[in-house]
Design a protein around this ligand. Sequence first.
Ligand code: HEC
Length: 356
Amino acid sequence: MRIALAVAALILLASLPSAQTVDPGRATFVNRCAGCHGTDGNGGELGPGIATRVPPLSDQDLTTLLKEGRPALGMPPFANLTSGESSDLIRYLRTIKPRGGFTPTRATLRLENGRSLEGVVFNQSLSDAQVLGSDGKIHLLRGNASSYRQVTSQTDWASYNGGMNGSRYSQLTQITPANVGKLAPKWIYSLNTARLQVTPAVVEGVMYVTSANELIALDAGSGRDIWRYQRPRTKGLIGNAAGGVNRGVGVAGDRVFMVTDHAHIIAVNRHTGSLLWETEMADWRQNYNATGAPLPVGNLVITGTSGGDEGVRGSRVENLRQLTRLGVDVNRRVAKRIGKAAQATSRVVGIRHAAP
Ligand code: HEC
């Protein structure tokens, strides 16, 4: 059986501070339950969302459930929890909200420098908040309900290969040979897929992760979800994408680009998650599908389809010269990568994403 993978932000991202008060019930939940039910209790690969299943159960019901489990249905017993651990855990279970359970509300939050931030609050906890400001941009906040400070990432990783030179090299210096052995998970966010192959992209403290037809914006420091763009998987599709595979996004300006399972490319507003445009690359009924992370280059976004293993017809890259003619500086490495992608998959499509 495939094991559900999770996106873990390592200590590197702990540089986005989030003050945390340790709730023992939450700690038990994260250690013992989250692997199946998801860190936020809204469901994972091996267990259902329990946010709406807990309220009808009495404390006694829950105590019995934890002691005995439902082995036949995949819920193991936790007979070794002490009664103190069990009641802390149950108290925590009662705080779990359905995903989307926090209704975004318009509010004005006070910042520590005496200024204020007005906008739509996606989440607000005792230690952090995620806000869509009236400037149309996401603001990540840390602090407490009376005063917040803004945080961001020092360095971005805007595409599958990192920076535009595709070197996959990070200039961050916080991780060294001396401290690398101390890396530990800071948070875990489970995506609803058995085949997670995404390389997360991070821009201004916001992490963009995908599985097939699902794009989630997370606060990279706290793991809190900000928005989600989702559409149903295509029925009758074959190929890698049908198995849930999607390798991620490319981010340029205020746009996030990703491919859908049925070989469309879409652009989504990176602050709000709303769809900006969609273009069909190939007809999925002829076994084309798509999994790759698009690559924004200048005012183009370059992407490809797959289906070579499913008998689709390949096509050659014909547009490198066109790219150059459009004034896009395609360096040798990018050109080589496009060529490789074309060989490995089936075709590469260059699509204009902004007015030149
Ligand atoms: C190995 C995976 C797994 C783990 C670990 C796990 N669960 Fe479950 N849990 C399940 C499954 C599967 C179900 C669905 C069972 C069913 O259909 O009644 C379930 C159901 C539940 C329910 C709903 C019960 C109901 O009556 O509807 C609750 C509440 C729950 N689990 C809490 C927990 C807690 C708390 C923990 C950690 C101490 C935990 N689970 C750990 C797999 C798991």
